[in-house]
Design a protein around this ligand. Sequence first.
Ligand code: ADE
Length: 252
Amino acid sequence: MRIDVVTIFPEYLAPLELSLIGKARRDGLVDLHVHDLRTFTHDRHRTVDDTPVGGGAGMVMKPEPWAEAFAHVLAEGRAALGEQARPEILFPNPAGAPLVQATARELSTSPWLVFACGRYEGIDERVYEHLAARGASVRLISLGDYVLNGGEVAVLAITEAVVRLVPGVLGNPESVVEESHSHGLLEYPIYTKPALWIDPDGVERRVPEILLSGDHGRIARWREEQSLARTRERRPDLLDAGRDAGDSGSAA
Ligand code: ADE
């Protein structure tokens, strides 16, 4: 998978060199490129924003650097992936469709993602029109119903949710099958050794007996019940959405 990120803060994306994503990059499973939007400006101040036409607070990102950035990124990507390659262009935006596990799963099958990080009040609407007129696949994705200062943190979250689903990235693919939201429910409680732990307050805390029973059928049923109870308590909206919505839950 190739991932391009266009931002005015390339340093924000430094964590993508760490941990699982860093390893996926070193292993050649993910080819990730971060581009500085200011590279595509031509004035002394490397200006990327201006005041909103029609009035209002804040600043709006200018269309010209974005159009140049997309032309550059698309040409570079096509040189690497082939002239027919078409990316999913993703704009993190609080007005976008909420990121859910199904989104991550779908994006994980795409060979090429391009993230465009807006800042300030947002990007001039004509950038979206320009991309749509060229037949590009454009999506706005929201992390949730709150406002961040820009798209960079959302790119970190979306990239992590997506890349861990790329085959070969996780050491144990089973963990993806079991975790929260993979079946539309929250994950059941998990424990490790010791079976009896005396907590710092002197309270004896035991792993539920059933997990020590070795009876895999009963354990599976217990876990299913626990998942259901937790979901009912913490996220009843997931049950309302219906069990066969499957991957429709939001992030863990
Ligand atoms: N940019 C600003 N707020 C955001 C949000 N909630 N999700 C995605 N991108 C954003």
